[in-house]
Ligand binder design. Structure first.
Ligand code: BG6
Length: 491
């Protein structure tokens, strides 16, 4: 595995811990090595020291000594200027040769581009040009690209076209770490591995769907990137639309990569494009002001490091999506995401229609509560079904109760970064959980009209929500206009 951007945050927090976890569970071949590539000049020994220190910090309970040693001996580094056509890439070629010979590694490698997207095509071309990117003699070469994949529809299309000039689509793995989360993968098993949910999973029974990905953190050290991206680009065309497609798709005919991705893509195409007029009614943006999180005062977005003092970048976005297909006609999907919200909480809420009230007309029941199925994505992973039960006593009254499934109670605590499964799948050549070119473009097509309207009409009211709240008022109004409200599952 060759990691470009090896000195960055992703490598230290996610990729190395994920590789270590794979090794621990015996999912890494013994003939395995990692080569880090970065702009910084550094020796392999220096890089090893850094990575070992990171593993000690990011593996809960610390790594095991023997395994750590095995792992450390398989780490290598080469540094240099990514723009230089020759030096870095020929050094890399030599190092790959040395390492594979020394550790008797078969001639298969994958590249992880944890760099900004504007370098993806260029670095890929240089790898191929230097003779270490082409598949031949039955050996494979794969390329994983971190998100964001482009900045908008046009740049994503351009990037896809540029990559395809030198590598084949089957070599490309566009990663979305949400698909590495167990609860996200469980959506398909829950829906299609059980017979009782699918018959009611449609417009006849479902009133609407709500998807929330709320974070209590702010932009941390990423102000520079985030200020040019914003919440919509950062979370919706990728992570949240993955949740939408898995929730809404038809059963695929198999778990073959294209069978699953074809069904997901159909959902992306079924989402109705926003006209500029729709954007004004169906899209809400927000930016956090100062406030309190966990009892501590936190600064406004505009006061964060590397953020412009008068920034108009949104840190919150909510959309009402309309899916124009037989299963979901007239069932809105409301989605929202934001930073510095009241809690770290992600969930998918399937809100069912109300039962007829007729039977309860002459009782003390004033209204019937609706059934709700909640898929808790994080932090407490599980599934809850809400329903009404008779409150014991001589009078007929109905109270809300829950049936709860919690991952930890049933399967114990799993140590995972979410990247393990995805790295493993890339090594075995299974692209099911990676995005195809057409999916990425379809995702951007959905948000592009919103980006256009928002950039043409800069927000005047920012900041419009306090840190530690559930977002701007307009977000509540988006649902109130339809006689509904967000289910804030944590207070
Ligand atoms: C990343 C975004 O892709 O996902 C971040 O760039 C965001 O801004 C993160 O914080 C959220 O991931 P998770 O796994 O913590 O929900």
């Amino acid at each position: 595995m060759v990691i470009f951007g090896a000195t960055g945050d992703l490598t230290k927090r996610k990729l190395f811990p994920a590789l270590y976890n794979l090794a621990k569970d015996d999912f890494l071949p013994h003939t395995f090595a990692i080569i880090g590539v970065g702009r910084q000049e550094m020796t392999t020994d220096e890089f090893r020291t850094q990575m070992v220190a990171n593993l000690k910090e990011f593996i809960p309970g610390g790594p095991e000594d023997k395994l750590l040693k095995w792992f450390e001996e398989r780490i290598f580094y080469t540094g240099g200027d990514f723009d230089d056509d020759k030096k870095l890439f020929s050094d890399l070629k030599d190092l790959i040769g040395e390492v594979t010979t020394k550790l008797q590694i078969p001639d298969n490698y994958f590249y992880y581009l944890a760099t900004p997207p504007n370098l993806f095509a260029d670095v890929t071309h240089k790898i191929v040009k230097n003779g270490i990117g082409k598949e031949e003699n039955g050996n494979w070469r794969r390329f994983i690209y971190e998100k964001p994949f482009g900045h908008n529809l046009e740049s994503a299309k351009q990037l896809n076209a540029d990559l395809l000039k030198t590598v084949k689509e089957k070599q490309i793995y566009r990663i979305d770490h949400y698909l590495g989360k167990e609860t996200v993968q469980n959506i398909l098993v829950f829906r299609f591995g059980n017979s009782i949910f699918e018959p009611i999973w449609n417009r006849n029974f479902v009133d609407h769907v709500q998807i929330t990905v709320a974070e209590s953190l702010g932009v941390e050290q990423r102000g520079g990137y985030y200020d040019s991206a914003g919440a919509l680009r950062d979370m919706i065309p990728n992570h949240i639309l993955q949740l939408v497609t898995l929730t809404a798709m038809e059963p695929p005919v198999s778990f073959e990569p294209d069978a699953v991705r074809d069904e997901q893509t159909k959902i992306l195409h079924a989402i109705q494009p926003f006209s500029p007029e729709d954007v004004l009614h169906c899209a809400v943006r927000g930016q956090y002001g100062e406030g309190e999180i966990d009892g501590k005062k936190v600064p406004a977005y505009r006061d964060e490091a590397m953020v412009a003092a008068h920034s108009n970048t949104e840190t919150f976005a909510a959309l009402k999506l309309t899916l124009d297909n037989w299963r979901w006609a007239d069932v809105p999907f409301y989605i929202r995401t934001g930073k510095r919200m009241a809690a770290r909480h992600s969930s998918i809420v399937i809100q069912f229609k109300q039962a007829p009230f007729t039977l309860f007309r002459n009782t003390s029941v004033e209204r019937l509560r609706t059934n709700r199925l909640v898929i808790h994505v994080q932090p407490d992973e599980g599934i809850t079904l809400h329903f009404g039960a008779k409150i014991p006593g001589p009078i007929v009254n109905v109270g809300p109760v829950d049936m709860d499934f919690n991952y930890v109670d049933h399967f114990g605590e799993q140590v995972s970064t979410g990247y393990e499964r995805l790295l493993f799948d890339c090594m075995i050549g299974d692209a099911t959980l990676f995005q195809r070119a057409d999916m990425v473009e379809a995702g951007w097509s959905i948000v592009n009209p919103v980006l256009d309207v928002w950039s043409a009409l800069p927000a005047r009211e920012f900041p419009n929500y306090a840190s530690g709240s559930w977002g701007p008022k307009a977000s509540d109004q988006l649902l109130e206009a339809d006689g509904r409200s967000w289910k804030n599952l944590v207070d």
